[in-house]
Design a binder for this molecule. Structure first.
Ligand code: UDP
Length: 223
């Protein structure tokens, strides 16, 4: 009997951290373990943590009634490119949430979100596509977060903050709260360094670090 096929896209660090969430989901939905694979365009091995690693082409060639992929790669530009690739080939963007993650009230999450263990998203949140909330990160009330935004572990984002597409917030960063009608704004493509304390708006594309966070010269990156 043909069944759906589920995948974690990316068999490196974040992919391997995401696979247990995927496994839990498949097990609770009665899917046999062989219906869950990694996709990786440069497979590190044939088998990773007990799951087959397929190239994208091999994934598409498997018999399946439907195909689903959770894109577990921190680089947001890569994530966007792979999300568009999935959609162009009728592969659904798969969202995963750890059993102990907390989503409280009126949390709207776009397709392909990955919410890691101990993350908390409180209330009245609007969050775009393929959001990554890594371990112990939290988002407080009334935040608006764009597409392909990445929260590394331990980010603390207080209430009334607006974050543009492709922003990257480093591990342990703290973002001060905004006010209703006057949010604190982190612009699209901005990078907030690990441990930064963001007390004021960050312009689009800026890199900030420190306490209080200040701009650093930006190096061009391919991701
Ligand atoms: N990768 C891929 N297709 C791409 C870009 C990356 O399959 O177009 C894979 C890459 O081979 C690697 C993983 O995604 O195995 C990304 O690993 P990395 O350590 O850069 O990211 P992380 O897991 O830390 O987010």
């Amino acid at each position: 009997m043909t069944l759906p096929l589920y995948a974690v896209y990316g068999a490196s660090g974040h992919g391997r951290e995401t696979m247990p969430l995927a496994r839990g989901w498949c097990s609770s939905h009665g899917l046999p373990p062989d219906r869950l694979v990694f996709i990786d365009d440069a497979p590190p091995a044939a088998l990773v943590n007990g799951h087959r690693v397929l190239t994208w082409e091999a994934f598409l060639q498997q018999d399946a009634t439907s195909r689903h992929a959770a894109i577990a790669i921190a680089g947001s530009r890569v994530r966007e490119r792979l999300a568009l690739r999935c959609e162009a080939h009728a592969v659904a963007l798969w969202s995963l949430q750890a059993a102990n993650a907390v989503l409280m009230d009126d949390v709207q999450l776009g397709a392909g979100a990955l919410i890691s263990p101990f993350a908390a998203l409180t209330c009245n949140l609007r969050i775009g596509r393929c959001f990554h909330a890594n371990l112990y990160s939290h988002v407080s009330h009334d935040c608006v977060i764009g597409d392909y935004v990445t929260f590394a572990p331990g980010v603390r984002c207080n209430g009334n903050v607006v974050i543009g597409d492709h922003a990257y917030i480093g591990a342990g960063a703290v973002i001060r709260q905004g006010r209703p009608g006057a949010p604190l704004v982190i612009g699209a493509g901005a990078v907030v360094g690990m441990g930064a304390v963001v007390t004021r708006d960050v312009p689009p594309g800026a890199v900030v670090a420190g306490n209080p966070a200040r701009p650093l010269p930006r190096k061009e990156s391919a991701c």
